[in-house]
Write a protein that binds this ligand. Sequence first.
Ligand code: NZQ
Ligand code: ZN
Length: 391
Amino acid sequence: MLNFTFHNPTKIIFGRNTIGTIGEEIAKDGHKKVLMVYGMGSIKKTGVYELVVNSLKSHGVEFVEVGGVKPNPVLSKVVEAVNVARKEKVTAILGVGGGSTIDTAKAVAVGVLYEGNVWDAFTKEYQPEKALPVYVVLTLSATGTEMNPNAVITNEETGEKYGMSYPCIYPKVSIIDPSVQFHLPPKQTANGAVDAMAHIFEYYFSGVENTDVQDEMAEGVLRTIIRYTEKLLNDPTDYEARAQFAWCTTLALNGFISAGVGGGDWACHAIEHALSALYDIAHGEGLAIVVPAWMKYTMMRNLKKFQRFAEEVMEITPDGKSSVQIAAEGIEKLKAWFASIGQPTTLKDAGIPREEIPKIVENVAKRTLPIGKLVKLDKEDIIRILEIGAS
Ligand code: NZQ
Ligand code: ZN
């Protein structure tokens, strides 16, 4: 096991009827006025908006609002919200929504305390050590942003979709009430499943050895995600399934499973971010295309692990097969499972022609190459992976 520091300061309040505690949590930290950030309106349909507003009011917390955060959130919205936050002199940011909204809230929290362009924090030109405190009411379990120090934003001017990761943007408090996800479109549940699984894969397959306890946890969470995704696609209002699924997605990227494994691989995410920067495609959909292709390309470099994954997670029976066969069957079964939950698994499925591959690779190459850890990928490798995932 590698040396590690584990320090996750986010307080999680989890369960039914917990959203009404947000006002108290914010008020007890001494905040009198906050900026509430949200998306395209789902929180008004689900009743979450009303719960939050009533809770803030009943605890004497004033608020101003910036709505309209789009999926795959953009820098211009961050800048707009930073201006409102400054003008209104708020002392904290409250994100109410899915990953796009929460990531926007985190970027705003950084931007308010920085005189320059907040994009600098994404290019690492500015490495923030301070941000306004961020509070979260999560309405979509997928990204793990509710308990991690990351935010991902697209700069519409340059077409770059970059993540930033700084301890100062761990949410102070995150409320997760799985019951507000009963009316999520099934597509979003499927996106969340793929995203959370991909987060686990970024560490599980990164090639670090002696990670037995982490692998056991990873496999347990992966199996649980598969089981409860299937249940949720049959019955979206199954509370227990929502709760199990929600906590899995938090655990997938809150530093717990990855402690002692090093920083992870992250090539699949880098390639996917180019897809969702360039095309109208959800992060989870892009990953369902990239992950199986990356696995096929890198399998021989970590054969033992791919075999273990096939047997322990994808339930491939060894019966006299070679390691290569078992590992390959595991990848095929994962890809088929992604398709079974309604995800595209090729560029073609997503309506992206093979001819676009050079453009996608150029977008990935805007960041420093090579990417990845198990296999260090340069342009040629990324082309090959996308060709595997093309059709
Ligand atoms: O915008 P609204 O109206 O709220 O609707 C959203 C949106 O259309 C809807 N939704 C959310 N909660 C709902 C709901 N609909 C009904 N009922 C509810 N309870 O769902 C749609 C998708 O929302 P979005 O926030 O975009 O999805 P997600 O949570 O999957 O976030 C994806 C973004 O997070 C980034 C992705 O790249 C992408 O930009 N990521 C962030 C990470 C992080 N911060 O750690 C890590 C990930 O790897 C990822 O890159
Ligand atoms: Zn992700």
